[in-house]
Design a protein. Structure first.
Length: 289
């Protein structure tokens, strides 16, 4: 039986930078992790030379974390779907291109991206701009694959259904560099019944191919199905529930895909070690909250 590939979002800051990210992941008994290359709300980034990449890789090698399973998340400020403000769109294209370069320097091959928001211009316009933006940044010989995240459909978000993501795939020239990030909270909030997850995987296989699933974000939801709210809840305390999420995490068709927790802190404490332990045991345990 393959070992479960599971971890969480971790920080990258302070003097240890990426080395600190690895240490944090190890403190949760994780064997993968996801990080932002800087604050997700702004464009400030430290030089690559200050990220302690080689020290991080040495610790990963020593502890069995495979770089091919490590995930980078692009910042929220990137909005390729914004046709209303030229400067916002141009910044998105420029900064996403730089994020790809940072991933290449680090050695990460999976970059999660929120497709974007159409900002009241309509999904059709938003999709066109997202496609154009991706065609500007994706280079045929790149080692970095962009995983478009399934979205909850709040506001003017694009990517709230598989069919919208398929439009993006079909419009992108270097389609081999695109993949999917399935977010369980977002799918639930968008209206997908995750108790029928096998049927959802059938749809993914038909539209994209299962090999396109590059990341799974594992989150419970604070809201009923179809709420379009995107409010993550701790595992087993939301409307999705532990049993359904456990089925997804252990699904044999996703065995090689990194599973990343983005659940909220409980007070000031990260819940990830306990949640990872529950998934490894395959059993919900009270006491997290």
């Amino acid at each position: 039986m393959d070992e479960l590939i599971i971890g969480s979002h971790v920080s990258m800051n302070g003097k240890d930078m990426l080395l600190g990210s690895v240490k944090e992941a190890l403190s949760y008994q994780a064997n993968t992790f996801m990080f932002y290359t800087g604050a997700p709300q702004n464009t400030f980034r430290k030089p690559i030379s200050q990220l302690k990449i080689e020290e991080a890789k040495a610790l990963m090698k020593e502890t069995g974390i495979d770089m091919k399973n490590v995930v980078v998340h692009a910042p929220y400020i990137i909005n390729l779907g914004n046709s209303m403000k030229k400067e916002t769109y141009e910044l998105a294209v420029q900064f996403l291109s730089q994020e790809i370069e940072r991933c290449e320097a680090i050695g990460a091959t999976r970059l999660v991206l929120h497709p974007g928001s159409h900002v009241k211009a309509g999904s059709e316009v938003g999709l066109k701009y997202i496609i154009d933006g991706l065609n500007q940044v994706l280079k045929e010989d790149s080692s970095v694959h962009i995983a478009l995240e399934t979205m909850a459909g709040k506001g003017s978000e694009v990517g709230k259904c598989l069919e919208e993501l398929k439009v993006i795939f079909d419009g992108v020239k270097h389609q081999h560099l695109l993949g999917l990030c399935l977010d369980t909270c977002h799918l639930h909030d968008a209206g997908y019944d995750l108790s029928q997850f096998d049927e959802l995987l059938d749809d993914v296989e038909r539209l994209f191919g299962l090999e396109r699933i590059l990341v799974v974000h594992v989150n419970d939801s604070k809201n009923p199905i179809g709420a379009h709210k995107d409010r993550h809840e701790n595992i087993g305390y939301g409307y999705i529930g532990f049993d359904i999420l456990n089925h997804i995490v252990h699904h044999p068709k996703l065995a090689s895909v990194p599973k990343i927790l983005e659940t909220p802190y409980v007070g000031e404490k990260a819940p990830y070690q306990k949640e990872i332990e529950m998934f490894r045991k395959g059993k919900f345990e009270e006491g997290l909250k």
